[in-house]
Write a protein that binds this ligand. Structure first.
Ligand code: FES
Length: 143
């Protein structure tokens, strides 16, 4: 099996069996986003540890294409236990590396929907900065 195939299988597995799927009771922060190009949606809820900074728990719900849902599922596993500041500064390339396959510009928007939503949730809750590289994602409607 080639690397590409292997990554595709992992993506499909996350799509079919999303990790950390649902809504968090008593979340400290939530945000939802829609990709207006296709209407796909992602909602993310986050709860912090007593330190008010470490992500104790994080969950997502959504509907849409395999890439948007699988990348958000992967993201959930990447960020649990990290601090809000670490995730606010997390470069999108870290997530894209995890996804592992080359993406067209349209697919790139799918892949980054969840990360954009999570950054907005953290930004709202903690006032952590949204890095400049997110400025290009303004086609995403983040609510
Ligand atoms: Fe809508 Fe992928 S087609 S996010």
């Amino acid at each position: 099996m080639s690397f590409d195939q292997m990554y595709r299988e992992v993506i499909l597995d996350h799509y079919k069996n999303p990790r950390r799927h649902g809504v968090l009771e008593g979340a400290d922060a939530t945000a939802e986003g829609v990709n207006p190009l296709c209407g796909d949606e992602v909602t993310i809820s986050v709860a912090f540890d007593d330190d008010g900074e470490t992500i104790r728990d994080v969950m997502f719900e959504g509907r849409g294409c395999a890439i948007s849902q699988a990348s958000t599922s992967m993201l959930m596993e990447m960020v649990k236990g990290k601090t809000a500041t670490q995730v606010a500064e997390l470069p999108k390339d870290d997530l894209l590396e995890e996804i592992g396959i080359p993406l067209t510009p349209v697919r790139l928007k799918c892949a980054l929907l969840g990360l954009g939503v999570l950054k907005v949730a953290l930004h709202r809750a903690k006032g952590t900065p949204l890095p400049e590289e997110w400025a290009g994602l303004d086609e995403l409607e983040l609510k």
